[in-house]
Design a protein around this ligand. Sequence first.
Ligand code: CMP
Length: 140
Amino acid sequence: MSERTLVMLKPDTVARGLVGRVIQRIEDRGFRIAGLKILRLTYEQTFELYRIHEKKPFFNDLVSHITSGAVIVIVVEGLNAITAMRQLAGSTNPLEADLGSVRGTFGLNGTINAIHTADGLENAKREIGLFFGLDEIVKY
Ligand code: CMP
C-alpha cells in the first residue's frame, strides 16, 4: 500500500554534509519525495514532535540536539513507506543498527543518530501535519 511518512534529517546530518547521501538512500529504495523543507526548529516545535517522550530520561538531550542546528523535514511516499523507512533508518542506537542502515552508517550515538522517521500511521499523519500544509505536498 502506498503511504506517506515524515522523515527528519537531524542537525548532525546537515552539519556533516550528509544530506545528499541520506536522501540518495531514500530514493534508491524507490521512494518519492513529496515535500521537503530546511528548518531551524524551536523548542516548542521540537516538544510537539517528541511529546510522547517528554518523561523519558533522554528527553532533554534529544531536544537539545534537535534544536542545535538546521534540520531537513521530508514527506516520503511509496509502498509501505512507514515500515520501510524505519528499516532504512535502523535501530535507535547506531551500535545496534544494521551496518547498511542510515544509523548504522552515519549515527554517532543514541541521540546523535542522523535521522528520525515516524513510527506508525497515526504519528506519520500527525508529524506531516506539524510541518506541511496540504498545498505543500506534491501529488504524483
Ligand atoms: P527518533 O526516531 O528521533 O525518536 C525519538 C528519539 O529519541 C530517538 O530517535 C533518539 O534520538 C532518542 N532516543 C530514544 N531512545 C534513546 C535513548 N535510550 N538514549 C538517547 N536517546 C534516545
